[in-house]
Write a new protein. Structure first.
Length: 367
């Protein structure tokens, strides 16, 4: 029975929106599948790993109602390999899904749709707001690199989303550095803190592709829901207490200078070629009028750079993980950055001149 006939891209694009969360190998085999269904001529796709669930709309047409599940990655790989202009037909017979395109045929296994588990979505919304997708995407890009990866402090493996009044704040830290950014909303909201899992943040960022369109964010009971571009993401939140970021951000560092972002980025990228592969250390020697950058490795090799700076404070010799500095400079899109040092053993504050909504704190390392 023919259940769907549509253009390749009309099936591939919504499929790509949901398959990022699908694990290739799962203890529940059906979770490697995608739920493909049609109601009243509207195709819908759904994928879940039971921590996060993504639902999106596909093609609209005259096809009959159906509900099937089939392997998400295989279906995606087949559609990607077909010519762009292909017309795709899906046939269902005896629990086998046949995909036809021109003279190509692919027979795929299915599993019963009634066995496909979906998340129970909370009904009570404690807060809801909307903002342009480009604003949220920009905010995420500024902080996501500071999230921890598989830290035993599970609450660090994600992103703090905080609402208070008309402010939305995103904060990430791995214990060695912290990134903070904020934006002003059109809605007044009570104070809420939720920690978004790392996977949710990465998937959401991929889906924010219509810069001027809004994304709607709803805070539910132990869940958060995002709506954008006919796609809905529902995610569990991390249960834990995020560190008080205000105590981490040093506001009294007196040794301050501003430097061209691209000049500093270029000098650090060149120096990093000879950085120790394991410890990734870089020394910054700050002196009146100049910044010296030095990297060395176990082979006794050394890279050094010198940049002119407008600085008349005390001399400082500070070590950092060079990856932390590169992450910052690659993800903030400004002409200049400001560095505020305390002493050599205190955290350094990186900001953007005239943009108080962004702060980046890096702890020093011994070299």
């Amino acid at each position: 029975m023919l259940i769907l006939e549509t253009g390749r891209d009309d099936l591939l694009k919504p499929l790509q929106a949901v398959t990022g969360i699908v694990e290739r190998k799962h203890t529940l085999p059906i979770l490697s599948n995608i739920l493909l269904q049609s109601e009243n001529g509207q195709v819908q796709l759904l994928a879940t790993d039971l921590e996060i669930q993504i639902h999106t709309l596909g093609a609209q047409g005259a096809q009959p109602d159906f509900r099937i599940t089939t392997n998400a990655k295989k279906l995606q790989d087949i559609l990607r390999a077909l010519p762009d202009s292909s017309t795709v037909q899906l046939d269902l017979a005896d629990h086998k899904l046949t995909l036809k395109a021109g003279k190509s045929r692919f027979n795929l296994q299915t599993l019963p749709a009634q066995d496909f588990p979906t998340m129970n979505v909370a009904e009570n919304t404690s807060a809801a707001f909307a903002l342009p997708q480009e604003t949220l995407k920009h905010m995420i890009s500024q902080v996501q690199h500071s999230m921890a990866v598989q830290d035993i402090r599970f609450y660090l493996n994600g992103l703090l989303m905080q609402t208070e009044g008309n402010q939305l704040r995103l904060v990430a830290t791995d214990g060695h550095r912290l990134a903070f950014t904020s934006a002003t909303l059109e809605t007044e909201l009570p104070k809420h803190d939720v920690i978004l899992p790392r996977k949710t943040v990465l998937e959401l960022n991929k889906l924010l592709i219509q810069p001027k369109e809004n994304v709607v964010v709803e805070l539910l009971d132990n869940q958060v829901r995002f709506r954008c571009n006919d796609t809905v993401i529902v995610s569990k939140v991390i249960d834990g207490r995020f560190p008080d970021y205000n105590r981490v951000i040093p506001m009294d560092n007196k040794n301050i200078f501003v430097i061209d972002r691209l000049s500093l980025l270029g000098a650090l990228e060149r120096s990093s070629i000879l950085a120790n592969e394991k410890f990734r250390g870089v020394r910054l020697l700050v002196q009146p009028g100049s910044l010296h950058i030095t990297c060395t490795n176990n082979e006794q090799e050394e890279a050094s750079e010198e940049l002119d700076i407008a600085y008349q404070g005390e001399s400082l010799d500070v070590g950092f993980n060079i990856t932390f500095l590169l992450d910052l400079l690659r993800n903030v899109h400004s002409d200049e950055v400001q560095l505020a040092f305390g002493s050599a053993d205190r955290a350094t504050l990186f900001t953007i001149p005239n943009r108080p909504e962004f702060k980046y704190v890096v702890m020093p390392m011994r070299i």
